[in-house]
Design a protein around this ligand. Structure first.
Ligand SMILES: *Cc1c(COP(=O)(O)O)cnc(C)c1O
Length: 479
């Protein structure tokens, strides 16, 4: 089978949009209302300015962008999304978009199966990981209204926020230096507090670390606590635990495999599923939790007895195009370890190993922690072994690399606590409470071939830029 990895988005878009155009025409011609017309000069000016302003983005598509969790959707997703968007179905109710609602059920079943959940699992797509996690925490509260949530310090900040929204008490659980939940601490929390649900993370937003879900399962079972796994970032890596997947050093396969034991899982197709933003997913092992989603909208007209997706979602209107794009993408690039999504994810995981090895071999850079998935952490080497020196050098390299006029490289800055850094690098004097380190998300498969040269380039920039406090600026952390 010949592959067309670079089949142009243009050709796919044209084909998709032409098909919808023909379908529209088949319903009979009619005149568009003249109020919808646009003055050609105004349109030109608007579009010119719009397109120019879009150039203010960082080059998310390019290997030189190795910063946050950002990349364009796959051309298949783009074309499929555009086709459905032209029709604009709403997956709130089956009548709002019969084909894309059916596709949503199919892709949700595919994701459940990839994660090892039973066929009977209940789920739906969401606007993103935030709403997916909100629904999981809300169901956790409804099931155990008098109990607390245990959430590790390394979990995404959305859990703290959403617990506030839900007015649920959170018992924090310390994480280890590499950003994974500390199991001894979890055990103590489970002994001491009434915990209904424990939140674990498969692929932290900071360092891409994976909680020891496999070992946490028995602890939670012994204390009758449910498990919610936030796999918004890392869920798709579970493909790499299958027999046909390549072996990759340091990849925590057992922990990903144990996602199958979770009571609920959040996963974001708009992160590693090649989709445009607006595509998250929540899954529940026990379909009976659907009873919490009360629904008696007087507006939604029912033409079938089937379960409406709007009956099991907190959001009402949702883009049918998001479901259609994911469905078409997963048909073209299936959820398999050795074709489709698997090789893309494997390349990203290998890119992180290559990057880390190049950093270790470089005089100008040092590894902060070895990567578990595809997020790497590193710092410039400094003359003075202090956190202040590391902090300033990291900020300076971050700025210098992205502002290089000829060959810029975009990374991101991540703040680690002095405790974590003291564990990872005991020789550093902790003269600050936390320090900036550099972090790169290698979520494009092209990063595998570019990793070594990007690190060389960063090392060269690091050597030419002395850290100066002028360049120390606060930057946003990961989203
Ligand atoms: C990105 C992310 C979220 C938030 O999801 P959004 O899709 O940005 O709303 C939650 N948890 C983790 C682990 C994430 O990586």
């Amino acid at each position: 089978m010949s592959k067309q990895p670079h089949s142009t988005a243009d050709a796919l878009l044209q084909r998709a949009l032409q098909h919808v155009e023909d379908w529209e025409q088949s319903w009979g011609a009619f005149d568009r209302h003249q109020s919808l017309g646009v003055d050609p000069d105004r349109l030109d000016a608007a579009l010119d300015e719009y397109l120019e302003r879009l150039e203010g983005n960082y080059p998310f598509h390019h290997p030189r962008y190795a910063g946050q969790m950002l990349k364009p959707p796959h051309p298949v997703a783009l074309a499929a999304y555009a086709a459905a968007q032209r029709i604009n179905p709403n997956n709130h109710a089956l009548d709002g978009g019969p084909p894309t609602s059916q596709m949503e059920k199919e892709v949700v079943a595919d994701l459940a199966s990839m994660l090892g959940l039973p066929d009977t699992a209940l789920g739906h797509l969401t606007g993103g990981g935030t709403v997916a996690n909100l629904e999981a925490l809300w169901v956790a509260r409804e099931l155990h209204p008098d109990q607390s949530l245990a959430v590790a310090e390394n979990a995404h900040y959305t859990h703290g926020r959403m617990s506030d929204v839900l007015d649920v008490e959170v018992v924090p659980v310390p994480a280890d230096a590499r950003g994974r939940i500390d199991l001894d601490a979890l055990n103590r929390v489970l002994d001491k507090y009434a915990i209904g649900t424990v939140v674990l993370t498969a692929g932290t937003t900071g360092l891409g670390a994976v909680d020891p879900i496999d070992e946490a399962v028995a602890l939670c079972e012994a204390h009758d606590a449910r498990i919610h796994v936030d796999a918004a970032y890392g869920g798709f890596f579970r493909l790499l635990t299958e027999d046909a997947a390549p072996e990759i050093e340091g990849f925590p396969a057992e922990r990903f495999r144990a996602i199958e034991e979770a009571d609920s899982v959040a996963i974001d197709p708009h992160k590693h599923g090649l989709q445009p933003y607006g595509c998250g997913c929540i899954l529940f092992r026990d379909p009976a939790v659907g009873r919490f989603y009360q629904h008696d909208s007087p507006y939604t007209y029912f033409t079938s007895e089937d379960l409406h997706l709007g009956e099991i979602s907190l959001e009402c209107s949702r883009a049918g195009a998001a479901a259609g794009a994911l469905w078409c993408t997963l048909r073209a690039l299936p959820l398999e370890p050795d074709e489709g999504l698997g090789p893309i994810l494997a390349a990203c995981v290998r890119a992180a190993r290559t990057w880390t090895k190049a950093v270790a071999d470089s005089e100008a850079l040092a590894v902060v922690a070895p990567p578990e998935t595809d997020i790497v952490s590193y710092v410039p080497t400094t003359d003075e072994p202090t956190l202040s020196a590391v902090h300033e050098a990291s900020q300076a390299l971050f700025d210098a690399a992205m502002n290089d006029p000829d060959d810029p490289i975009f990374t991101s800055v991540y703040r680690l606590s002095a405790d974590a850094l003291a564990t990872l690098h005991p020789s550093l004097t902790p003269d600050r409470e936390e320090a900036a380190v550099l972090r790169s998300v290698l979520m494009k498969p092209e990063h595998e071939t570019h990793a070594a040269s990007l690190v060389d380039r960063l090392a060269a920039i690091a050597q030419s830029v002395p850290a100066s406090s002028d360049s120390v600026r606060d930057r946003d952390g990961p989203s």
